[in-house]
Design a protein around this ligand. Structure first.
Ligand code: NAP
Length: 278
């Protein structure tokens, strides 16, 4: 696969393994799906929109990777459990779960509606728990597995207009540490990754103001200065890419991570340490 042309990982590293990637059809999740498939895993991509699933499946299989899809809303615990059962019935196992699905948007906390709060909490935090809980008995029975959840860095110092997402991701961090200790006897390694700014389509949409609102598109405006910001604001001098994040997932999914559990890896070019407070 073309992904392997630039990968530091050896071909066949994940041969015979089954990986479930939530939100694996777009952005960072798609980068993860592509790399895991390129390394030999069968990747099951799970999300809500058929178009996202179909496009990702097409691209991975056209490049010679093994993949399938499952239409799934991670907020629906019963559907999550049923989907995991279907995957096991088809493939016999699940070795890697990547909890990547999330929702996000800027909103002032004073007027954040219960629905908006609940929606982000349910996708980011509850979804991560539902998927982790669903794969637990499978991984325990197999003698182990790896769960890798996607966090962020904005809650390290607080980030205005993002009470919902920062609270949810702080919960993901706590869940990661607790499950790591609780499930270590079953040899299930539980870790998280905390990406810095990766300019995916999802981020662009999340930060775009509603059409006709008259509010300037901050992200588009920022984008004009992106290179300058990256050079000044990110110590390593560039924006991140889905591949930067996927590399850490592949490392954690591989035997190189065999003694790593309960860890949260910041992958951000040094951004959060250097960023002026909000
Ligand atoms: P993205 O492209 O919008 O990815 C979100 C994915 O989640 C989509 O594929 C979406 O697919 C899926 N999804 C959303 N709600 C879902 C639900 N209820 N059930 C199942 N799937 C759902 O955004 P991204 O930038 O790649 O973000 C990926 C992850 O990285 C997220 O956890 C995000 O918080 C984290 N992160 C991103 C950045 C960044 O700068 N990009 C920084 C820090 C952390 P469907 O619409 O098909 O459901």
């Amino acid at each position: 696969m073309t992904v392997l042309a630039t990968s530091v990982f050896r071909p066949g590293l994940l041969d015979g393994q089954v990986a479930l990637v939530t939100g694996g059809g777009t952005g960072i999740g798609f980068g993860i799906s592509k790399l895991l498939a390129a390394l030999g895993a069968h990747v099951v991509i799970a999300s809500r929109k058929p178009a996202h699933l179909a496009q990702a499946l097409e691209e991975i299989t056209a490049a010679g990777g093994k993949a399938s899809t499952v239409m799934l809303d991670v907020r629906d615990q019963e559907r999550v459990a049923a989907s995991v059962a279907e995957i096991v019935a088809t493939h016999g196992r699940i070795d890697v779960l990547v909890n990547n699905a999330a929702g996000n948007f800027y909103a002032p906390s004073a007027t954040l509606s219960p629905n908006a709060w609940r929606s982000v909490m349910e996708i980011d935090l509850y979804g991560t728990f539902y998927c982790s809980q669903a794969v637990y008995p499978i991984m325990a029975q197999q003698g182990g597995g790896r769960i890798i959840s996607t966090s962020m860095t904005l809650h390290y110092r607080g980030w205005p207009l993002m009470a919902h997402a920062t609270a949810a991701k702080a919960g993901v961090d706590a869940l990661t540490r607790t499950l790591a200790v609780e499930w270590a006897p079953q040899r299930i390694r539980v870790n998280a990754i905390a990406p810095g700014p990766i300019p995916t389509e999802g981020v662009r949409k999340a930060f775009a103001p509603p059409a006709d609102s008259g509010v300037p598109d901050v992200f588009a405006a920022t984008e004009r200065h992106m290179e300058a910001y990256a050079a000044k604001g990110i110590p390593l001098g560039r924006w991140g890419t889905p591949e930067d994040i996927a590399n850490m997932v592949a490392f954690l999914a591989s035997p190189a991570g065999d003694w790593i559990t309960g860890s949260i890896f910041v992958i951000d070019g040094g951004e959060w340490l250097a960023k002026p407070s909000a």
